[in-house]
Every structure is written in C-alpha cells, then in structure tokens.
Write a protein that binds this ligand. Sequence first.
Ligand code: PLP
Length: 454
Amino acid sequence: MNDAPKISNLAAIDAAHHLHPFSDMKQLNAKGTRIIERAEGVFIYDSTGKRYLDAFAGLWCVNVGYGRTSIAEAARRQMEELPYYNSFFGTTTPPATLLAQKIASHTGGKLNRIFFTNSGSEATDTWFRIARVYWKALGKPEKTEVIARKNGYHGSTVAGASLGGMKLMHEQGNLPIEGVHHIGQPYWYAEGGDLTPDEFGLKVARELEAKIDELGEDRVAAFVAEPIQGAGGVIIPPDTYWPKIARICKARNILLVSDEVICGFGRLGSWFGYQHFGIEPDLAPIAKGLSSGYLPIGGVMVSDRVADVMVNELGEFYHGFTYSGHPVCAAAALENIRIIEDEGLVERVRDDIGPYFAAAWKSLEDHEVVGQAESVGLMGAVQLAADKATRRRYSKPDDIGTLVRNHCVENGVILRATGDRMLASPALTISRSEVDQVVEKLRHALDHLRDTVT
Ligand code: PLP
C-alpha cells in the first residue's frame, strides 16, 4: 500500500491545474473530480474509501485485473537492468524483441512483425503511414485514400480523430484530414429498419464497394474498422458483415485493417477480434490489453504481405517514436501476456465466464426499457428503448444513458454509456458472482429509468 501522506485538497488542486481528456472542465470542476486511489482484482477505491466494481476494466484495458505484483516486479527488474534504450538505427533491447515474437505467436500465422508505439492512437497513425508507403513501394503512389466508418473510434491524434467517425471530434478540429472517407456502421437496432440483421449486415458492407467505386479502386489504400465497434457503442455486427467486408477488400485489392485496440488480448474469447470473426487482416493496431494498462504500450501487427514489401522494397521507413518498444513497457507487456497464457484467460472467456456473462446479460432483455442485450466474450451492450415492440428510442438518448450510468456508479458499479447504450467490458478475471452483481445493479438502474422517465 502507498504510504505517502494523503493530500486533503487534491480536488481543488486538480480543478486549478489539470485539464482532463474527454471532459467538460466547467461541469467537472463544479461537480468535483472523483479521485481513484487504489485497486485490487476488479475493484477500485476512491478517496472517500468507497469501493466500485469496475465493469469497464479502466478504459477497456485492465484485462488481467488490478493488483498484479508480478507485472510491477517485471517492470522494476527491467528498470534496474536497462531503464531505456531505443530501437532506432539498428538497435533493440531484449524485451522489445521477445515481445514482438510473443505477440506474433498468437496471431495465427500471417502477422509476424510488430511495429511498437506508445498508444492506440499512435498505432493508428503508424498503420496509416504503413498503408501508404506499402502501395508507394509497389509503384502505386496514387493509392492513398483510406475508408473508415461513421461512429468508429481510432484514437485522438489528428489521423486517429480523422479516421474515427465521431462528428463532435471532427467539428472541433476541422477534421477529417484529406484522404479519409467514412461509410455507415453495422448498427442494426437503430438503422436496420425493416431488414433482418443479416440483410442489413450485407447492405452496410456493400457501402464499402460503393465508396471504392466512387473513389476509384486504384486510389484506395485501405479500409479500417474495429471488429466490434467499442467507443461507438459496442456495435456487434450481424454475421454477414465481416465475411462480406473481407471479400470486398480482397476482390478490390485494398488493405484490410482490423483495429484490435479493444478486441485484442482475449476480450472476445480469442486472442484477437479478427479470429473471432474468421477474417485475416493485413494490418492490426493493438494497445490496451497488450499491457493491461499497467504501462503504456501499443503497436501495429503487420502481415507478411505488407512486411515483405517494407523489408525488401521500401528502404528506410521514416517513422518512429522515442519510446517505440520501450524496454520497461515491453517487459510489463511480456509478463501480462504470460499471465493471460498461464491462467488460460482467453479460453476462460471463450468457454466459461464469457458464456456465463452472455446468459446473465441477455436476461436483461426481459426488462421494459431494454430493446436488446447482446455480448461477445466479455464485451456487452444494453440498448435502451422507449418502446420495445417498435424499437423506438428515447428522444434524449445521451440524458437517458447518463441517468442509468450515474445510478450504477452511485451504487458501486462502473459501466459506461454511449448515448442510449450501456456498455460493459470487465477484466477477463471477473468471477461469476461479480458478473451477477454487475447485472443486478444495472437492473436496478433500469428500474429507476422506467420509474422516473416516461
Ligand atoms: N482504437 C480503438 C478501437 C480504441 O478504442 C482506442 C481507445 O480507446 C484507440 C484506438 C486509441 O487508443 P489510445 O487511447 O491508447 O491512444
């Protein structure tokens, strides 16, 4: 336990000096910041001593749960031995190299090289550049355009926010940058109309074909999407969607990029989300679960198809970060992956806790204000509905989601709301009784919504 003296006026100091990401600072300062001081297992504790069950694993990242002293040990040992060296200009460090090998061993065979970054956003910038240099090296420099999806999320750098399909982010920064285009998302509940989910999955996948036709096949470098769109509301695509997308990318010769920043490292009961959906990406950004958030590290997994060109045709790739493959972060990530392997956490999600969570989560569908409750592995969404029969949504989805979320938090469970969808993404170590607690607290919050809003 940390025995540093407790600072009593931390909230005031925070209000005076700390600008928070994705926060309305005026509102935050009026309300006061929640200060999280410590954590263990799936629980976090705030500065008043209140305990919360974190059903969101921090920000979709603490896959092995909190309190893993062996990760701290691995980082400490590495800091003592070699706290830093870079991987520029023909050098490496043992943890960076071994981590690349370890990640490759779980990709299923064709993604054998890793380019390291510090975050998912940097991973996005990195594959964006790789996609363009790949085509250029192949003598097709005009293949530069990238297609992404409305409501997708790929990070907060300029390229990340551009590729993401978040309108509010675009509006704040004159985004997207040139060369980025968006097609629709496979959000059947809200946008599927009278189509069956499978019909709708094909319809939105065909938007990719239409966009390629509009831009011209020889100008399109890549298509990117999250296997399951996370921040955009845990949008689980209909079964027809991914196979069709993969066929289009192959037929039209454009790179398929699977953003694995959330879905990677066990969340869906597979090492990577693309394995769950049975597709083979050319590039795949990773972060979050790579180190379970214990230290910042990300990367891009690069297929042999692309890496062979980078290695044999490109010459120098003028790209990299001071901390690419940081040895301490890499050592922590290696220990994190060892835990996932040794505790069989991917299999646990696939065969045990994932199915248990799915059944418990699905049971919420009997509630009057729930239109749909779906999940894959340990990633779930509850769609709120004003009228279940007609799939009519509440008129102020953000307010409704916030109301349910706040009720959960007040009652000791951290969930997230994206509009009128309630999202869960707990640590892969969550127990059955902890899953029950999450579902029970969410059910109470849904009762509260039913009883207070008409
Ligand atoms: N890609 C996806 C799918 C994400 O969910 C995120 C972050 O939530 C990112 C990229 C960006 O990662 P980071 O916040 O580490 O920059």
